[in-house]
Design a protein around this ligand. Structure first.
Ligand SMILES: Cc1cc2nc3c(=O)[nH]c(=O)nc-3n(C[C@H](O)[C@H](O)[C@H](O)COP(=O)(O)OP(=O)(O)OC[C@H]3O[C@@H](n4cnc5c(N)ncnc54)[C@H](O)[C@@H]3O)c2cc1C
Length: 317
């Protein structure tokens, strides 16, 4: 690691990698990550990415997204997300990412809040497929240096301008590294919750640094709570049961085997319903049954979930 770079990117998940790959090749770039490269939330994403399948779907896609965001979304951002989705998918495919196909045609699954199937996926490990392919591209670039187990402690600031990052190296040394551009691609704050699917080192460090330096933050109260993880007495990170399992038709049941919510409502609504049901039933979990899934071999569609559940004593077939 040198003392000066053209750009420093904090984070090596999809955001960090995608940024790095879009910068000019003549720029000297440093990418740092708090943990190992495989330990970003990007590796954990299961379900997939929503995409504008065709122009006719725009209005419905926009409305679904606004509804899921309680109409507090920034409309311009929703528009950018939808309009750029096909281009992003095309680029990912160019980088070697494989999405599920049947007879040479891309498949689309459904997730909560979406009124139609518009999610592209790779089995039930979409995030791993995307992130490892992006990282492979990043590693080919001579202009990019990656440092693992290297933590941003603070930014360097003078007269209201950021000119680098204060880093703690893997040997626990503090090192100021200068750069006119710093990109924060540090992920979320899920690691601070007692029960979370996220890596525990993702503790929202950039938010704290932002507060310390008077950088304005927006919508920090919006934390996405995913409705379904595998109930387990094992310690550590919770295992996600992808939204697409419900999207393909799985049903939620209370202790008496009765359905209590439409499983495809927005995530916050389903989460709340599950929580209320557990309180009502005095149970530490509800049940998810894949019995209602038709015409799909769940072992092929969700191989990772199938395997993990089996390890914990549940045969999802
Ligand atoms: C179980 C699970 C399933 C998901 N499924 C889906 C899905 O199906 N579809 C979907 O669209 N989204 C899904 N998501 C959300 C999605 O994974 C994330 O929104 C996305 O991966 C975030 O990417 P990122 O690059 O911003 O952050 P991350 O991938 O979390 O990367 C953050 C990076 O920042 C680094 N970092 C943080 N703080 C510091 C610091 N102080 N110093 C140095 N480095 C630091 C971390 O080490 C890491 O490298 C899922 C998330 C989880 C947890």
């Amino acid at each position: 690691m040198n003392e000066k770079y053209d750009v420093i990117i904090v984070g090596t998940g999809v955001a960090g990698c995608f940024s790095a790959l879009h910068l000019p090749r003549d720029k000297k770039i440093l990418m740092i990550t708090k943990a190992k490269l495989e330990e970003s939330d990007s590796f954990l994403a299961q379900g997939g990415i929503c995409v504008l399948k065709d122009e006719n779907d725009y209005d419905s896609f926009f409305e679904d997204t606004m509804r899921a965001g309680h109409y507090e979304n920034r409309k311009e951002s929703v528009d950018i997300m939808i309009r750029s989705s096909r281009e992003v998918i095309r680029e990912l495919i160019d980088y070697g990412v494989e999405f599920n196909q049947e007879h040479g045609i891309y498949q689309y699954t459904r997730e909560g809040a979406h009124s139609t199937n518009r999610i592209m996926f790779h089995e039930d490990i979409t995030g791993k497929e995307i992130t490892q392919k992006l990282l492979a591209q990043v590693k080919k670039c001579d202009n990019i240096t990656i440092e693992e187990e290297t933590t941003m402690i603070d930014i360097l600031e003078k007269d209201g301008e950021c000119f680098g990052v204060l880093i703690r190296t893997r040997d626990h040394e503090l090192l100021p590294v200068q750069s006119p551009y710093v990109i924060w691609a540090c992920g979320g704050i899920g690691g601070i919750y007692e029960h979370s699917t996220n890596f525990p080192h993702l503790t929202g460090d950039a938010l704290v640094i932002a507060l310390r330096h008077g950088i304005q933050l927006k919508n920090v109260n919006y934390v996405q709570i995913h409705p379904t993880t595998l109930y387990s007495k094992r310690k550590g990170r919770s295992f996600l049961i992808s939204e697409s399992v419900r999207g393909e038709g799985a049903r939620l049941y209370n202790k008496d085997g009765e359905r209590f919510v439409n499983e495809l409502l927005p995530r916050d609504v389903v989460t709340k319903a599950i929580y209320q049901q557990m309180e009502l039933d005095h149970t530490p979990h509800v049940w998810l049954s894949l019995d209602s899934i038709q015409n799909i071999d769940v072992r092929k569609r969700f191989p990772n979930i199938y395997q993990r559940c089996l390890e914990e004593g549940y045969d999802i077939t």
